[in-house]
Structure formats: structure tokens, C-alpha cells
Design a protein around this ligand. Structure first.
Ligand code: HEM
Length: 490
């Protein structure tokens, strides 16, 4: 319902000054990371489950308890199912380049969501990329120099980019290197909140920050590369059609191939334009790579800090594999502890700690307060999953806490929502799990991992840094000692 007559009763929060809103409060918080800053601010203002801030021109509501998260994502699902258009991305969006991530809640979004969930990222489709994952995991293991120090994060980022690339546009895309470079540049450009985002109409700020221009250039580049990938797909299809076997077999299709088929077949409620096809593909790249890679890097970091958990996870994978040359996906079913390690990592280090921003499309009363239409809504999943009111020994890395299987990240347990919940929940969860489980199992199976000489487990620094996803500020450099011989490539 709306705010009706009378005075609005906004959720509690820091005092507001004209023009700059609550921005001055951020000058005094300990940490420049938005999820820490929001948690700090909430703590210093009586820990309201739903807090209201004005940042520049943007009204912002932050949910910091499971109950508030449930209100926003389930009870008032329809009112909070859109996303704000980040100012630095607006020029690209206004040209029609809207994919799944930023499509407003409506017919186009519903269409893209259905296609993504049922066709592009379904469990069946994810299974069809098994060979790609196994291939890349073996390559990673084979390329790990025994004894020498390796930068774990860099290797993992390259691996997830390669897997995503092959699943999305196929093995044979011949401008692969350019594409990978563009993706890397993209994750450098997007760094969560920037000053420009807080003053949406201030063209001056946007101009100074310069991000918009670079986003636009990169966007043009990506679209040009996508045009080329689409052309190659069409040519291959034409060539295949003239062979006795006929068309590309459905189980061999990459995601772009599936989308082009759907585009050709037509008959959709909202027709897919080529710009929408390209934007959706780009969403899968930006959603897919950094999130899984960072989660894996955090998992390795936590295991290095917790040698007991490392030992247990390694013992499990080695006893299940019994000396086999490498990990395959058939082996993953039984790796119960490994899956708990990933869950526990997502609890302590949800790589999108504020999920992705939502925006209210109507006035709503939430927990007795008025949340006006047009408010940006964030859910502090990080603060919630470390809340000592919900979790025993909340900051401790204990995979065993998930052993009873009662709590999962599927969007129904609001104290643990690393993939969000409700209509906008991450559609790439199965895709991500596929990569993360196989890669982590492979790293633990073949190698013992050593910290730099003289460093104790509890000295490993865990400082975070904001990028497309939250990652380590300082590189994780580890030495790999071979335990199970690495298979030589055929
Ligand atoms: C560890 C890995 C990942 C994490 C932690 C993660 C997390 C999230 C979160 C928190 C959201 C917002 C949910 C909400 O608003 O309630 C989201 C949305 C999304 N994710 Fe993921 N994600 C991951 C991997 C992936 C992968 C692999 C893909 C695709 C290949 C993907 C594609 C998307 C897309 C397209 C959306 C937007 C959905 C919409 O707005 O309707 N994600 N993800």
C-alpha cells in the first residue's frame, strides 16, 4: 500500500543534511567497502533491520536482518523486483542494450528470465558443458608448476573466463584473446559504488569520473566482438546444414547457439532483438567469471587459514578417488565435505555482499515504515550471514555447521542468501557450482599447498577489495607440492 495521507514515516537511519544527504556519515566509517560501511552505520544507529539513508540524490534502504531481507525479496517481491540503472551504464542502456541483469521488472525481463532459467543455464545445459569444465580443470592442474609459487587468483580468473567463454560462444571463436582482454577490462572498470552513482543527475560528476566514457567504448568493442561471434555461428550453421548430418546437435550447442535458435524460431511474447541477445550474452560473462573465481580464491584462502579443514577436505577427495589420474564430475557426488567448504566460504565471503541493487517501483509499507517509490534497496547479505544473532561463532570457518543439511543457499533461508532470493535470484547458481566443485576438488586432489616461507596460517591476510565481485586485496601466492602425479596432456 502507499503512504496515504499524513506524514511519511521513513525507516530509521542517520541524520540527513540537505544536498549531500547522509554522505557525510561515510567520512567517519572505518572501511571504504560499502558492505562494511553500511553495517557500521547500522550498528551506530541502533541496528535497525531496515535503515534509510540519503546518498546525494538517491534514497537508499538497506536490509540487514533475515526478516528484513524476507520482506524485501519475498513479501513485497513485486515492488522490489526492478534494478536501478547505474548512471555510468545509463548511456549504453538507453541505446537498448539491456539484458537480464538490468531489465526492469516487466514483460522483457520475464521473457529473458524464462529463456535463461529453462534453456541457457538449466541443469541439463550446465551438464552439457561437462567436457569443457573437465578440460579446463586438467589444464589448470597441468600448468601448475610444482614447487614454484603461483598466483592462485590470476589462474582461477583465467580458468573461469575460459570456461565461460567456451560455454557461451563456443570453442572456435577466433577473437578469443580480444574478448578475454575486454572482459578483464570490464571487471577493472566496474568497482561497485562510485561517487558518480550517488548523484545520478550530476553530469559534472559523471564527466569527472570518466567511467561512463570508458564503459561506452568497452561496450562498443564487446558488441563488435559479439557481432563477429554471431556471424561465425551463422556461417557454421550454414556449412553444417549442407552436410549429410544436417544441423548442429542440440547437446553440442553453446549458449549463443541456443539463443540464436530461439531468435530464429520466433513466436516469443516479446521479440528478441539482436541488441538484447548481445546484452544477455554480456550479462552472462559479467555475472559468470569473477564471482566463481573470487569464491574459489576465498575458499583456498580459508582452507590455508584452517589446516584442519584443508586436511579433512583433501582426505575426502583422495579416499574417494583412490589414485585415479584426475577428478571427473562423476567423482563429485560423494564429496560431501568439499561442498560444505564451498557453502561455508559463501557464508563468510559472499562475493556480492550487497547482492545486486533493487529499486522500488511503488510506495510500500515495510516493517511499519514507508519506503517511497524510487528508493534504491540493498540487502546486506554479508552482514546477515555473519550476524551473531543467527550464527554460533559467526566469524569462524566451520564447514561442519552445514552438516545437518538444514540451511542452504537456494533462496529460502534468509540468514544465508549469497545468490539472493525471489524473482531476481541468481539464475547461474548451478553453472557456478559446476565450476567451483570440480576446480576445488582438482586443486586439493593433486597438490599440497604451502604458504610463503615463514608465514603461519593465522597470518594470512584476508583484506577485501571491491571489483565486479569482492576479491582479495593482496594476491594469494601459494606453492604447490605434487601429491598425486599430474596427468600429461594427450
Ligand atoms: C559464486 C558465483 C555467483 C554468485 C555468488 C552470484 C550471485 C548473484 C546475486 C547475489 C545476484 C542478485 C540476486 C538478487 O538480486 O536477489 C545474481 C544475479 C544474477 N546472476 Fe549470479 N552469481 C554467481 C554466478 C553466476 C553465474 C555463473 C552466472 C551466469 C553464467 C550468473 C548470472 C547472473 C544473472 C544474469 C543475474 C541477474 C538475474 C536477474 O536480475 O534476474 N551468476 N547473482
Amino acid at each position: 500500500g502507499g503512504s496515504g495521507g499524513g506524514r511519511r514515516r521513513l525507516p530509521p537511519g542517520p541524520s540527513r543534511l540537505p544536498v549531500i544527504g547522509s554522505l557525510h556519515h561515510f567520512l567517519f566509517v572505518r572501511s571504504p567497502l560499502a558492505h562494511h560501511a553500511m553495517a557500521d552505520l547500522a550498528r551506530r544507529h541502533g541496528a535497525p533491520p531496515l535503515m534509510y539513508l540519503r546518498l546525494g540524490e538517491v534514497g537508499l534502504a538497506v536490509a540487514s536482518s533475515p526478516a528484513a531481507a524476507r520482506e524485501v525479496m519475498r513479501a513485497h517481491a513485486a515492488a522490489f523486483a526492478s534494478r536501478p540503472w547505474i548512471p555510468s551504464m545509463r548511456p549504453a542502456m538507453e541505446r537498448g542494450a539491456v539484458g537480464l541483469v538490468f531489465a526492469p521488472h516487466g514483460a522483457l525481463w520475464r521473457q529473458l528470465r524464462r529463456v535463461s532459467v529453462l534453456e541457457l543455464l538449466s541443469a541439463r545445459r550446465v551438464r552439457s558443458f561437462r567436457r569443457v569444465r573437465e578440460d579446463e580443470a586438467r589444464r589448470l592442474v597441468a600448468a601448475t608448476p610444482p614447487g614454484g609459487a603461483i598466483n592462485v587468483g590470476v589462474r582461477l580468473a583465467a580458468l573461469t573466463a575460459d570456461v565461460t567463454m567456451r560455454a557461451v560462444v563456443g570453442d572456435r571463436f577466433d577473437r578469443r584473446e580480444e574478448f578475454l582482454r575486454a572482459i578483464k577490462e570490464g571487471s577493472r572498470l566496474v568497482t561497485g559504488f562510485s561517487l558518480g552513482d550517488l548523484f545520478p543527475s550530476s553530469r559534472l560528476v559523471r564527466f569527472f569520473s570518466g567511467t561512463a566514457g570508458r564503459v561506452m567504448d568497452l561496450h562498443r568493442k564487446m558488441f563488435e566482438l559479439m557481432d563477429c561471434a554471431i556471424r561465425q555461428h551463422e556461417e557454421r550453421r550454414a556449412a553444417m546444414a549442407s552436410t549429410p548430418d544436417g544441423a548442429v546437435k542440440e547437446e553440442d550447442e553453446d549458449i549463443l547457439g541456443v539463443l540464436l535458435r530461439i531468435h530464429r524460431e520466433g513466436g516469443l511474447e516479446v521479440p528478441l532483438t539482436m541488441d538484447i541477445v548481445k546484452s544477455l550474452i554480456l550479462d552472462l560473462f559479467s555475472g559468470g567469471g569473477d564471482t566463481s573465481a573470487s569464491t574459489l580464491e576465498w575458499a583456498m584462502s580459508e582452507l590455508m587459514r584452517n589446516p584442519g579443514a584443508m586436511e579433512k577436505a583433501q582426505a575426502e577427495v583422495r579416499s574417494k578417488l583412490q589414485g585415479k589420474p584426475s577428478v571427473t564430475e562423476d567423482d563429485l557426488h560423494d564429496l560431501k565435505y568439499l561442498k560444505l567448504v564451498i557453502k561455508q566460504t559463501l557464508r563468510l565471503q559472499p562475493v556480492l555482499p550487497l547482492l545486486l541493487p533493487r529499486e522500488s517501483t511503488e510506495d510500500r509499507k515495510v516493517m511499519g515504515y514507508d519506503v517511497p517509490k524510487g528508493t534504491m534497496v540493498l540487502v546486506n547479505a554479508w552482514a546477515i550471514s555473519r550476524d551473531s544473532g543467527c550464527w554460533d561463532d559467526a566469524d569462524a570457518f566451520k564447514p561442519e555447521r552445514f552438516e545437518d543439511g538444514k540451511i542452504d543457499f537456494k533462496g529460502t533461508d534468509f540468514e544465508f542468501i549469497p545468490f539472493g532470493a525471489g524473482r531476481r535470484m541468481c539464475p547461474g547458481m548451478t553453472f557456478a557450482q559446476g565450476i567451483m566443485e570440480l576446480v576445488l576438488a582438482s586443486l586439493l586432489y593433486h597438490f599440497e599447498w604451502k604458504l610463503p616461507a615463514g608465514m603461519e596460517p593465522n597470518e594470512l591476510d584476508m583484506t577485501e577489495k571491491m571489483g565486479m565481485a569482492v576479491r582479495r586485496k593482496n594476491d594469494l601466492c601459494l606453492r604447490a607440492v605434487v601429491r598425486v602425479p599430474v596427468p600429461t596432456p594427450p
